[in-house]
Design a protein around this ligand. Structure first.
Ligand SMILES: Nc1ncnc2c1ncn2[C@@H]1O[C@H](COP(=O)(O)OP(=O)(O)O)[C@@H](O)[C@H]1O
Ligand SMILES: [Mg+2]
Length: 392
């Protein structure tokens, strides 16, 4: 994986609408995303639309509408749109910079996420999508590259804007916006999208996070389109507790899929149910922003210190638990959930002992699962270096 901040080159503008560009964060079908800073020094991600799109009047019309809708999205798990100019010679959009790797980066580099992190991801992204839908938008392009893993939970990025690109002849084949691996049956068939479209993509996303593979595999455009439309998803390797529910969300018929409310309840159950059913109910009763019962955090991650990360060692609850009961035991829900490597390790072996002693998990392939804070420290250092190069 390339470094997350790439230096600017000759082809990059130095400045957009007064924002000095400091580094390139990513390049996609629609354009480039740059790191910049507000006047007050807050980092932002500035998406600059490609010239081909900028020249297309229909794209501009849609982009203007979608940006206005995106600015209405108010959510804890969405990256807020802080500034935009759809009418500029080169249209652009700025979102608050989120420090953390994308889900695709985390999985490619460090393997599948442990099961509790998968449920936390599911709850957080479901809430994020709820905010997107409440603003009258459908994300339409939810995929691992469009979910960033911040220390306090996931953030959905890039919502709604894909629709503007869909409106142009440039994306008629889907080639410009990249692989269709995470598209839905209705999208590949050219049928209308709805919030249920995002439900399908969300289930795909969490199965990917849990297993490390896309449910319709890799391959050429036509092969993937056929599989998405006709074949059953490959849920091998999916944790038992998730498989059946994910299968329902991946129904070909959008009307058969659960809604986001049901998904959030399912994710909360997945986190709390194994440990303490009654306490789980109290969490649900507390609702978002409510007081959480002693010993439990809001499972969607809003207040969680435990990062969503492969191989994390746990947060405040687990540290308190270890202080009381020693390092050899972990809270029941964590022990029950476990990571694939721990589950596979025969009892009494070094691998199983290693997990109980709280050492970092090993990915199924044997690789060491790095903790998210390591990635985040690296990100913070790069950010500080970029900021040091000057602000506008
Ligand atoms: N708000 C943000 N904070 C941090 N990084 C971001 C942000 N928005 C985008 N990025 C980075 O830029 C990449 C591409 O951004 P995205 O908005 O998904 O554009 P596109 O998919 O059109 O290329 C992301 O994968 C991420 O690495
Ligand atoms: Mg994207």
């Amino acid at each position: 994986m390339a470094v997350r901040f790439s230096p600017l080159d000759q082809s990059d503008p130095a400045e957009i609408a007064g924002y000095q560009l400091r580094a390139r964060l990513g390049s996609g079908g629609m354009g480039n995303v740059y790191l910049s800073f507000t006047r007050g020094g807050r980092p932002v991600a500035l998406k600059v639309v490609r010239k081909e799109f900028a020249d297309d009047p229909e794209f501009r019309r849609r982009f203007r509408m979608e940006v206005a809708a995106a600015q209405r999205v108010q959510g804890i798990y969405t990256a807020p749109v802080v500034d935009a100019d759809p009418d500029a010679p080169v249209p652009w959009l700025a979102t608050a910079y989120i420090a953390g790797p994308s889900l695709s980066h985390a999985v490619v580099e460090h393997g599948p996420l442990p099961e509790p992190s998968v449920y936390r991801l599911l709850a957080g992204v479901a809430e994020g999508l709820g905010a997107v839908h409440a603003a009258g938008l459908v994300h339409r392009d939810l995929k691992p590259a469009n979910v960033l893993l911040a220390a306090d939970g996931p953030r959905v990025i890039d919502f709604g804007i894909a629709r503007a690109a869909d409106a142009t002849s440039l994306t008629g084949t889907g080639a410009v916006l990249g692989t269709p691996a995470f598209m839905t049956p209705e999208q590949v068939a050219g049928r209308p999208v709805s919030p249920a479209t995002d439900v399908f993509a969300l289930a795909h996303l969490v199965v990917y996070a849990a297993t490390g593979h896309a449910v319709f595999g890799d391959g050429h455009y036509a092969t993937l389109v056929y599989r998405i439309a006709q074949e059953e998803p490959d849920l091998s390797g999916c944790p038992d507790g998730l498989r059946e529910f994910a299968g329902r969300c991946l129904a070909k018929d959008p009307a058969q899929r659960p809604d986001l409310g049901e998904i959030v309840l399912f994710a909360k159950d997945g986190l709390t149910g194994q440990a303490d059913d009654a306490a789980g109910q109290r969490v649900l009763a507390a609702g978002p922003g409510g007081r959480h019962p002693r010993g439990l955090r809001h499972p969607s991650g809003a207040t969680a210190r435990t990062p969503i990360a492969p191989g994390h060692r746990g947060g405040r609850i687990e540290r308190r638990h270890r202080a009381r009961h020693g390092r050899g035991r972990r809270p029941a829900n964590r022990r029950a959930a476990g990571c694939p490597a721990r589950a596979a390790a025969p009892p009494g072996t070094a691998a199983a002992q290693g997990h109980r002693a709280g050492r970092p998990c090993r990915a199924p392939g044997g690789g060491r699962r790095r903790r998210l804070p390591w990635l985040q420290r690296q990100g913070r250092r790069q950010l500080a270096a970029a900021a040091g190069r000057g602000r506008h």
